[in-house]
Design a protein around this ligand. Structure first.
Ligand SMILES: *Cc1c(COP(=O)(O)O)cnc(C)c1O
Length: 376
């Protein structure tokens, strides 16, 4: 028996994508971002569903992810958003006219443009994230160099630093203005038909001007909000987006049951001590499988539609939960780690709150080797 399984709801994906479609003009492309094993949801499984649901293209971080995707999906456009370290020896792998590569340096453009077929090249303009891309101080030189060397430029991109973190968006507006100035600058050098894009989930929801030619949507395609601040911003602006539907359910089964007397210690470090006769279930999922160790003595799972508290420390491959109040629970019964059971639900946001992180990290950490099964 595998330790756990992940199921993906096809209808949740198409529902979440349709919420964006309602906002987007006909000319704005929807890029479904499937980097990092599709935020833990499973790269190939998610890609298939997302293409079916009508995404125009797929976005990944690395060349490895793009190559893996291409083996299963010969047709769709795949955008590589991260940098390709050590580009020169791997150049041939990028010879695909349906690859879009976001670059930060002209020398990368020179290498890529020699390929046949050559991928489409988008230049990253850093507008305030201070990560990939080039600072506005150098945009003029870069535009001049690209023009003089007659390099093919297909698009311009930037990335917002803090739309998710605030309900006051002056920094994002500053970045947006700077990006628009960059676009104008490149146009003034004669670059035409540039595909310009900057918005991820939150910015695409909040700022109509940021949708431009394409939005790059990750977290909310999976049915998770980029942040609470994003929800608050929407309501402050008097806007509605609609209900997102989480696509992922993470579940396992009861592996062992023990009945403990009052006064028994549970787990490493003996950090939990029963104060009454306690029925305890062991599940075969621990921090190796992607469960945060900060959930030790903190947080719940679901059994038979009831909350089952995590007792003691999360182990490497196991976790103990309380089932005293669920007398029907027996060996091999289903345990929901993230998802719904009866009237109860535990979300990636609950995990994020319990472990002081963001939902992005919670789902991305689910170990990739468990099967991802698509359900309707
Ligand atoms: C991950 C990523 C996105 C998607 O962000 P979400 O907040 O998950 O929608 C968009 N653009 C870039 C460059 C990214 O790295």
């Amino acid at each position: 028996m595998l330790a756990c399984s992940v199921t993906l709801s096809r209808s949740a994906f198409s529902h979440n994508i349709s919420l964006y479609r309602k906002l987007l003009g006909e000319k704005t492309k929807f890029a479904g971002i499937v980097k990092s094993n599709a935020y833990g949801h499973g790269l190939l499984e998610t890609a298939g569903v997302v293409i079916e649901a009508g995404a125009d293209l797929l976005g990944v971080n690395s060349l490895e992810e793009a190559v893996l995707l291409r083996k299963s999906f010969p047709k769709p456009t795949i955008m590589i958003m991260g940098s390709v370290p050590d580009l020169r020896p791997r150049l041939q792998e990028l010879a695909d006219s349906n690859f879009w590569v976001l670059v930060s340096r002209v020398e990368e453009m020179e290498l890529l443009s020699q390929l046949s077929p050559a991928p489409k090249i988008h230049f990253k303009l850093d507008t305030g994230m201070s990560r990939l891309g080039e600072s506005y101080l150098h945009w003029k030189e870069i535009a001049t160099e690209i023009k003089n060397k007659k390099l093919p430029l297909a698009g311009l991109a930037t990335h917002f630093a803090s739309t998710e973190d605030f309900t006051e968006h002056s920094y994002s507006m500053f970045q947006l203005n700077r990006f628009q100035e960059g676009i104008e600058l490149f146009r003034s050098f004669g670059f035409k038909d540039l595909i310009c894009h900057c918005a991820s989930s939150a910015s695409a929801m909040l700022f109509p001007e940021a949708r431009m030619d394409m939005v790059r949507v990750g977290i909310s395609m999976y049915g998770l909000w980029p942040s609470l601040e994003t929800k608050l911003s929407l309501s402050q602006m008097g806007k509605e987006f609609g209900m997102l539907r989480p696509a992922l359910t993470w579940k396992t089964k009861i592996q062992h049951i023990q009945s403990l007397p009052s006064g028994a210690f549970v787990g490493y470090g003996s950090t939990y001590k029963t104060t009454y006769p306690t029925r305890l279930a062991v599940i075969p999922v621990g921090y190796y499988e992607g469960l945060d160790r900060k959930l030790s003595n903190h947080g719940y799972m679901l059994v038979h539609g009831e909350r089952a508290k995590i007792l003691g420390r999360i182990c490497m491959n196991m976790t103990m939960i309380e089932i005293t109040h669920i007398p029907d629970a027996k060996l091999n019964d289903e345990v929901i780690i993230i998802g719904r059971s009866g009237k109860e639900i535990i979300t990636a946001d609950d995990h994020a709150l319990w472990t002081n992180t963001i939902n992005y990290e919670v789902v991305t950490k689910i170990l990739d080797r468990f099967p991802r099964t698509i359900v309707d």
